[in-house]
Design a protein around this ligand. Structure first.
Ligand code: SF4
Ligand code: SF4
Length: 184
């Protein structure tokens, strides 16, 4: 089948995108990329992502923000750090990817799984369900292994943190339908 060529308009480019990321603490290394592709050949999830690590970096340097935020690459990364360890130019790609996740969420690209996790944290203080039968089973097993009881987190403190970091507003906006599509 003939491959269709993607046409990118100059108006789609965000000229300072590279600086929006590289100016953040720990991300300056982005500008050193030589597009060797070592990160992509090392990536443990490369077969599942629609944009390989070196291409994400290229898109960042070119200013193709939508292409990155609409890619599943930022969510499928397992943060194994192999790309970072092997990069000949010390580009901290796995850290940069974490910054891209933050950017995506702030702009309303929230994967449903993450939304469920945050709501669980707000409601119960745990990112995984710890209630009902599951709680009973966990408690029983902990007792069997002489492990201390799980202390119920302070929900008010969690709510304070979620509010202060702006996450609460992001979730409220998402509920009001301001959420964007996320490819996962
Ligand atoms: S390994 Fe490093 S220098 Fe090579 S393409 Fe990836 S980020 Fe760029
Ligand atoms: S940290 Fe993410 S992008 Fe880097 S090699 Fe691991 S899975 Fe791939």
């Amino acid at each position: 089948m003939e491959k269709t060529q993607e046409i990118i308009k100059s108006t789609d480019l965000i000229s300072d995108l590279r600086y929006q990321i590289s100016n953040q603490i720990g991300a300056k290394s982005l500008l050193a990329c030589i597009q060797c592709g070592v990160c992509s050949s090392s990536c443990t999830v490369s077969e599942y992502i629609d944009l390989q690590p070196h291409r994400v970096v290229a898109c960042l340097l070119l200013g193709l923000k939508d292409k990155i935020l609409n890619s599943n690459a930022i969510w499928y990364c397992s943060l194994c750090h192999r790309c970072t360890e092997r990069c000949p130019k010390n580009v901290d790609y796995s850290f940069i990817l974490a910054l891209l996740r933050n950017m995506a969420v702030k702009e309303g690209h929230i994967p449903p799984e993450y939304e469920i996790t945050i709501n669980s944290l707000l409601e119960h203080g745990f990112t995984v369900p710890y209630a009902g039968m599951l709680k009973k089973s966990i408690d029983r097993n902990r007792e069997k292994f002489n492990l201390p009881e799980i202390v119920t987190p302070n929900l008010e403190e969690i709510e304070f943190i979620v509010k202060e970091t702006g996450l609460k507003k992001i979730l409220e906006d998402a509920k009001k339908g301001k959420k964007k599509e996320v490819k996962t």
